[in-house]
Write a protein that binds this ligand. Structure first.
Ligand code: NAP
Length: 335
């Protein structure tokens, strides 16, 4: 069976996913696309051999759409995900699931009413070989009891449209999910502190910032968020345990030895660093659906929790203090 995927949003990541689904992912094709920028959608549709639709609903309702991939801007995600659930179609929604906890809760309620997991959220780091090896080492007890995590998330630059809140809700949101998954614990409180502002940061930005997450079992996760670091895309971490540490560096691209020094390349952007993770994420999603399974990757509950932590960080920034994260009881569907 070839899975027919409809895609909503043909911008940066939408077109990247479309290229993979119509090129390197086995067992899938892109059947329909929609973007408010009709010209962009039409050009992408031609390249993928897909139909350009006049609305997101047309993509979802099409009889030639088995599953939907949402890559539109975050605030539009809940309405589009709910439309997929109303049509009982599986959906891979790029992060964030929604920008408010109320909208995330509406998705949880809709899935609970169906009694099936149809929603997967695009937290692709769970498919990255490096992060998977770190998790395997922690799960195997190789470093004893995990105690602390030091983590770095640096982007070279961000577009002018990037708002101050987005450093938490759009960028560090990956760390919220990664460490919930890696440590198997929810985040119970956060504190965000701004460092001296980089002269490269826009006036409205606090950049860089330090985020301290307190996990339910007492592990502390410290994340440096720096979205104007200039030199490359740099995502690293070290989990410190009672018997040792496990360290994730950037994958080595090149090592240049010249003029008495030896230096290692840094990925230029997130596509270079996580391209293989997106590929694995999409392939496993397609394979699972083709085999008749419900979604098995990051769930709507994971999307809910990450949004709740992100909003607590935004509140910590505004209030200048530690903020507790309150989550409802995890619904049975996501046990
Ligand atoms: P983008 O380049 O701005 O693409 C979004 C596209 O959606 C644009 O073409 C936009 O058109 C279009 N759009 C706007 N309103 C729409 C609507 N009502 N229906 C359908 N399409 C609509 O943004 P992006 O960087 O691709 O990000 C898209 C989503 O993916 C965001 O939620 C982002 O956080 C997420 N993302 C995830 C990762 C990851 O690592 N997992 C990486 C990047 C992005 P206009 O430009 O005309 O508004």
């Amino acid at each position: 069976m070839t899975l027919a995927v409809g895609v909503i949003g043909t911008g940066m990541i939408g077109s990247d996913h479309i290229a993979k689904l119509s090129g390197t992912i086995a067992g899938a094709r892109v059947s329909a696309v929609f973007d408010v920028d009709a010209e962009r959608a039409a050009a992408v549709a031609v390249g993928a051999g897909a139909k350009a639709c006049g609305s997101a609903q047309e993509v979802i309702s099409s009889t030639d759409t088995d599953a939907v991939l949402i890559a539109s801007p975050g605030p539009l995600h809940p309405e589009q995900v709910l439309a997929c659930l109303a049509a009982a179609k599986p959906v891979l929604c790029e992060k964030p699931l929604a920008t408010t906890v109320e909208d995330c809760a509406a998705v949880l309620d809709a899935e609970a009413a169906l009694g099936r997991r149809l929603v997967q959220v695009g937290f692709m780091r769970r498919y990255d070989e490096g992060f998977r090896q770190v998790k395997a080492a922690v799960d195997a007890g190789s470093i004893g009891e995990p105690l602390l995590v030091h983590s770095v998330h640096r982007n070279p630059t961000v577009p002018a449209s990037f708002t101050a809140d987005m450093s938490m809700t759009d960028s560090v949101v990956h760390e919220f999910d990664t460490y919930r998954w890696l440590l198997g614990q929810e985040v119970v409180a956060v504190t965000v502190l701004a460092a001296r502002r980089s002269p490269r940061a826009a006036e409205h930005m606090r950049d860089p910032q330090l985020v301290l997450m307190e996990m339910a079992d007492g592990v502390l996760v410290e994340v440096e968020s720096f979205v104007n670091c200039q030199y490359g895309y740099d995502v690293r971490c070290e989990v410190v345990g009672s018997e040792g540490t496990v360290n994730l560096d950037n994958p080595a691209f090149t090592a240049l030895a010249a003029r008495g020094a030896r230096g290692k390349g840094v990925p230029p952007d997130w596509q270079a660093r996580f391209g293989a993770a997106y590929q694995t994420e999409l392939q496993q999603w397609v394979d699972g659906l083709a085999a008749g399974h419900d979604a098995a990757g990051p769930s709507a509950w994971d999307g809910y929790a990450a949004t709740a932590v992100g909003l607590a960080c935004v509140e910590s920034i505004r209030a200048g203090c530690r903020v507790e994260v309150s989550l409802p009881e995890r619904p049975a569907l996501y046990a």
